[in-house]
Design a binder for this molecule. Sequence first.
Ligand SMILES: Cc1cc2nc3c(=O)[nH]c(=O)nc-3n(C[C@H](O)[C@H](O)[C@H](O)COP(=O)(O)OP(=O)(O)OC[C@H]3O[C@@H](n4cnc5c(N)ncnc54)[C@H](O)[C@@H]3O)c2cc1C
Length: 807
Amino acid sequence: METSIWILIAIAAAWALAYFRTPLIGWTLVVTAALALCTFFGHSSKTCLVIEWIVFALVAIPLNVAPLRRALVSNHLFALFRRILPPMSVTEREALDAGTVWWEADLFSGNPNWKKFLALPAPSLSRAEQVFLDGPVEELCRLLDDWDITHKRKDLPPEVWRYIKEHGFFGMIIPKKYGGLEFSAQAHSAVVVKLASRSTTAAVTVMVPNSLGPAELLIRYGTDEQRNHYLPRLARGEEVPCFALTSPEAGSDASSIPDRGFVCRADFQGRQDVLGIRLTWEKRYITLGPVATILGLAFRLFDPENMLGKGADVGITLALIPTSTPGVHIGTRHWPLDIPFQNGPNWGKDVFIPMDWVIGGAERAGQGWRMLMDCLAAGRSVSLPALSVGAGKMVARVTGAYARIRKQFKLPIGRFEGVEEALARIGAYTYFMDAARTLTVRALDAGEQPAVASAIVKYQLTEHMRRVLNDAMDIHGGTGICLGPQNLIGRAYQGIPIGITVEGANILTRTLIVYGQGAIRCHPYVREEMEAVTDADGARGRRRFDHAIFGHIGFIVANAARALWMGATGARWVGVPLTGPARRYAQQLTRLSSAFALMSDASMFIYGGTLKRREKISGRLADVLAYLYLTSATIKRFEDDARQAEDEPLLRYACEYCLHQAEQALHELLKHSPWLARVILSVLLFPTGRRHEPPRDHLGHEVAILLLAPSATRDRLSAGIYVPRGEGEQLGRVEAALPAVITAEPHERKLHGFISQHPLLHGDLEAQLREAVRTGVLSATDAETVREADRLRRAVVRVDDFPTQTL
Ligand SMILES: Cc1cc2nc3c(=O)[nH]c(=O)nc-3n(C[C@H](O)[C@H](O)[C@H](O)COP(=O)(O)OP(=O)(O)OC[C@H]3O[C@@H](n4cnc5c(N)ncnc54)[C@H](O)[C@@H]3O)c2cc1C
């Protein structure tokens, strides 16, 4: 009996040491103290004690004496790692090294620092930024007629182009000293949200010069001369930029572009023997290309005579080329799914450009890939997430209203449980999408370039925009399908694959980038291990490796202890600096973070270097990390919004959905693990089984209700979109119809009861109302309320039709 108690105490002590991430020396001291106590106060036999001390010494001395530990353990592991680590090309390394790591590293650690996270400031805009949103952005939205743009003109009208250029929309990221607006990422994102709620074409047109492209590249890497020349012209809209990376043969695998340039000398524009590059390229899909005046071009530079002193294969290089340069072919258009922003191919053969057109000059030649990856690490947090959220907010507002306005079976369709399910998804997804958007741009404003978080929001927000729009299309039925000025969602639906494909197509972003980059950049030890085994100084490499690998082992042990304890207790005793409804979700997230960290290490151990090719595994690992990120963003948003009680269903649905998805991905990973790993990990990760059900029906009902009537919550959910006033256009009509329909509902119910007894009045509302007033069922005022609601409802559910020749 006594022995079993001692064993239990020993297990508990070991578990506590692991849970609190005690370093090796801490373990050694505690075990030494325990053995000393046994020796002086215990009842064990002398033989037993001697054996215990010898075993302890045999383990503790080699582990604590570094040279011995290296010789006996870590040098062997070092050799093994060297063998199994997959080779990495320079471009892969540069892509991995791009940007910084931020909150996502906390989620990877198994023990996120909530205090630090919750202390992040709430999103805010400066006065100038708010004035711009309320002024020029509002006015630009008013000028946009999306049907005219997408169907008739197939371009933005000239006055809109003019307005965009004159009001500095192309210079949101350009510093004030060059005449730009120098907006925060938060403001930049807010502008795109608002425009996207009105016209995808306009949003994309404004997005592109402000994301990865000439301005961004010049600000970061341009020479003073290039900056002084181009940035003021870009800010004033005198230049229209585009950036061309993609080639017919190189899309996702952009580093393999066949476009090439050779360093040479030639006479150029009256100058003789100018050092420059003879370029041949073929690009496609280039946004703003057909109307661009400057072409940012990525190509591979060769220098056969080593004139630059960088060897024959200089590497990917970026240049700015005026499109008026002889030999530049540009101007024809692709047709991206009826969203007619300017997009097209361009090409050139043996076009000579001077070396000072290379961004950053000759010094930056060959650094193009690194420059692009660094820009992308930050840039993909802004444009496409904002585009997705703009669409989501508009759809949530319109679809909720439509589901109340549109009646079938004498009821608003939003009252049917089937429609409720779709509405709930729209509401909750929009809530967390917006939360993730504002959280991530806050990192940019704090000077970070969160490479992994940006890939997560690019992928997850465009993907959830797709889900939101699919649900909205189902709810709108035929009115979503038949295009025309009445249709508010059809064009956004058509445009879904654009966001999915650009700035890193989603399948690749999910399966290759989020976890691939995350595992190496966010993991506290993996990067150091990788660098150690490739360290040119072998002895130093072994020392570094020894340090990292033992830290890593401690990390695994700690996460195993934490995952098991939190899994068994439902994470109820996890300390998080939160009260209120978000507290439990933060605790549960902490548990899943430990489970994820353990699963991640287990996957690296199981699959080794082949994990790079096991995209079904890395995709699921990416899902866990992504859903943890989305949960944390949701919690932060709820807290930043001062815990609005009415928003609680949105918080709960969003968190429960995301935690369920994260757990589901872990479960799938276990299912596909080898049996022994599956058995061990199942015990550690799910000691009492799975804990996260999808959101319950009643919760979905609560969320759906929030979308069906005007409220502060609905306004918060759709804040920042363009809502036109008056009944001159469809969104204005929807806005006018919703309150009118709600006011009329009790009178309509009376009317329905009345006409069920008067079948001859069927289908003739006017006659029904007259009769209801005559018999006192409705007052004249009530009848007028019903009449007005009916008029507005009909205006909303109407569908456009056109003479054949106009189509
Ligand atoms: C409307 C539009 C605007 C664009 N604007 C620009 C622009 O301004 N400038 C510019 O340079 N480019 C632009 N692009 C190009 C865009 O970046 C590419 O389309 C994108 O990189 C994907 O390339 P791809 O279309 O050739 O698809 P592919 O590379 O052929 O990919 C097809 C599919 O295979 C998947 N895939 C490929 N490799 C892997 C892998 N290793 N693992 C998993 N999945 C993989 C992809 O995720 C994708 O789903 C634009 C494209 C479009 C459609």
